[in-house]
Design a protein around this ligand. Structure first.
Ligand SMILES: [Zn+2]
Length: 88
């Protein structure tokens, strides 16, 4: 197993993670999971309305960067026109 130094996608601080792993520091792990659940619920509630990263960030009152992080980590997909989609 090798490690790499990355920037945490949630808080922006430097973090050491497993190579190929998600870019999130230990402090933010829990928040990341909670955020994932929140976004998933939101997308389910607003299914078909094509919420973008910006829409979701505004609705949850959080930084767009965190939603972008979830997409980059493979939790969500971006559909046509930039709408977010759940993976399942
Ligand atoms: Zn962090």
């Amino acid at each position: 197993m090798s490690l790499e130094l990355v920037k945490c996608g949630m808080c922006g601080k430097a973090a050491v993670v497993e190579s190929g792993g998600r870019h999130v520091c230990p402090v933010c792990l829990e928040e990341e999971h909670r955020l994932y659940a929140d976004v998933r619920t939101l997308l389910r509630d607003y299914e078909g309305s094509g919420l973008t990263i910006k829409d979701v960030a505004e609705m949850l009152g959080i930084d767009e960067r965190k939603i972008t992080h979830l997409v980059e980590s493979g939790y969500f997909k971006l559909a046509l026109r930039g709408g977010l989609r759940s993976n399942d």
